[in-house]
Write a protein that binds this ligand. Structure first.
Ligand SMILES: Cc1ncc(COP(=O)(O)O)c(C=O)c1O
Length: 449
């Protein structure tokens, strides 16, 4: 039985559609798929597979949508570097006027050495290493987000007697939101932040205000990732404004900034729900104005930290099919030359993708196929039970859209398979941004006996 039999023509067409691809994606009559005018098959031939392709126009467009939705000076948009970072992207984000949120000395050094202004960078982390803090202070990072009580004296001591460092305080507002239990960070009983409910957050505010070397600019929270509704953000906003009012009452200080983190949901498959940044901004702005008026507070600057929503939909991962088999149970597997080493998300969070055949047109009916990775784990499956042509064969190219965030940044060299390159496309031209990790790279780290 084919997927068309099961789902109908319309559903199969929807699965094949470009709705979750970058806006520049097109298909020629012969089946060749182009991104920004560049045939994806040419990129696969030139750079090998697996390879990530990033559509520059899509990233710029998304960055501009965010900046228009959260305009300065009343708001700031900080791209979350953990989603993906490389020197080329740093330049592009700088050109688009975004700030940056980093969570390690590595991300910070890369950004600053690529020319990003350190004062537009925010450092996060629930376990900041001495190197993280030293690098942040040495490079003059804009704000450090304090995640726990022990960091207060530690950062103040590291700043030294003549310095003053801007800091924020990460608060857990007691809200469970996000696409998977492993990415929910707004609840009390987890590793990030200071709880609002048990008074730890308020106590920490008092301690930071007591430190002359620290300048508390505001409160921060990050609820989780893949959140597709505005409501949890509104609830968090009201709870944090409530704490700001208590801080004003207790200390006579009106904190000038409020950071609501990132986590804005995107569609991985046609029809998935998404969080529209423009609608989010409009409703946050209204709620902020209203809550602050009710509390008699000046409206603070609003910060957001989207990662996935800026780069995720701009990326496409390309794989070559190496083997196709149908089991005795009737299940069809297409094994490709990548897998959990370049995309651990299906194994980690059960994320579902919509791969498609590129490079040739097939008239064969669609059949339920599981795209398997090449690694030595039965759970290394990139996409389970997706509609792919029945004549799929070794040598074919598969493209997985929405591969721009948390793919390369979470990649490993499991089975000593080098991490894939990143190629940017724009106006009919392709440029290598990150080269492939070679066996020589991997061998060079291994110093032997
Ligand atoms: C503090 C913080 N801000 C922003 C983000 C970005 O989240 P997303 O990429 O889902 O927008 C994260 C993700 O883990 C985070 O921990």
């Amino acid at each position: 039985m084919t997927v068309t039999d099961l789902l109908g023509d319309e559903a199969v067409d929807a699965l094949r559609a470009f709705s979750v691809w970058p806006a520049t994606a097109t298909e020629e009559p012969g089946g060749r798929v182009l991104l920004a005018g560049v045939p994806l098959a040419d990129i696969a031939d030139a750079h090998g597979t697996p390879v990530y392709v990033l559509d520059e126009a899509e990233i710029r467009d998304r960055a501009r949508t965010y900046r228009a939705a959260f305009p300065a000076p009343g708001a700031e948009v900080h791209y979350a570097a953990k989603a993906f970072l490389c020197r080329g992207l740093v330049r592009l984000l700088d050109e688009e006027g975004l700030g940056l949120d980093v969570c390690s000395a590595g991300e910070l050094e890369l950004a600053v050495t690529a020319g990003f202004p350190p004062e537009r960078i925010l450092l996060h982390g629930n376990a900041k290493s001495p190197a993280d803090l030293d690098t942040a202070l040495r490079l003059g990072v804009g704000r450090i987000v304090i995640d726990g009580p022990a960091e207060i004296a530690r950062i103040a001591a590291a700043v030294g007697p003549r310095g003053r460092q801007k800091v924020m305080l990460r608060v857990t507002p007691g809200i469970g939101a996000g696409g998977h239990a492993k990415v929910r960070t707004g609840t009390d009983d987890q590793k990030f932040g200071l709880s609002l409910r048990d008074g730890h957050a308020q106590h920490a505010v008092a301690r930071v205000l007591d430190q002359p070397r620290l300048e508390l600019t505001g409160l921060h929270c990050h609820l989780g990732s893949q959140i597709t509704e505005v409501k949890p953000y509104l609830t968090a906003l009201r709870r944090l404004v409530g704490l700001m009012a208590r801080v004003r009452d207790a200390h006579g200080v009106a904190l000038p900034e409020l950071d609501l983190g990132g986590g804005h949901g995107i569609a991985y498959r046609p029809g998935d729900p998404v969080l529209d940044p423009t609608a989010l901004a409009r409703r946050l702005r209204a709620a902020l104005t209203e809550s602050c008026a009710a509390a008699g507070l000046p409206v603070p600057r609003l910060l957001v930290e989207p990662g996935r929503a800026v780069v995720g939909p701009a990326g496409v991962a390309l794989y070559r099919v190496l083997a196709v088999k149908t089991t005795a149970g009737g299940r069809t597997f297409a094994a490709v030359d990548g897998g959990m080493s370049d995309n651990p998300r299906p194994a980690l969070y059960g994320v579902r993708y919509a791969p498609r055949l590129i490079g040739r047109r097939s008239t064969a009916p669609a059949v339920r196929t599981t795209v398997a990775g090449r690694h030595c784990e039965a759970g290394d499956l990139l996409a389970e039970d997706v509609a792919l042509p029945a004549d799929l064969r070794p040598g074919d190219l598969l493209a997985v859209p929405v591969a721009g965030a948390y793919h390369l940044s979470m990649a490993s060299s499991y089975n000593l398979v080098g991490r894939p390159p990143v190629v940017a496309v724009r106006d009919g031209a392709a440029r290598l941004l990150v080269r492939r990790e070679t066996l020589a790279d991997l061998r060079a780290r291994d110093v032997g006996l």
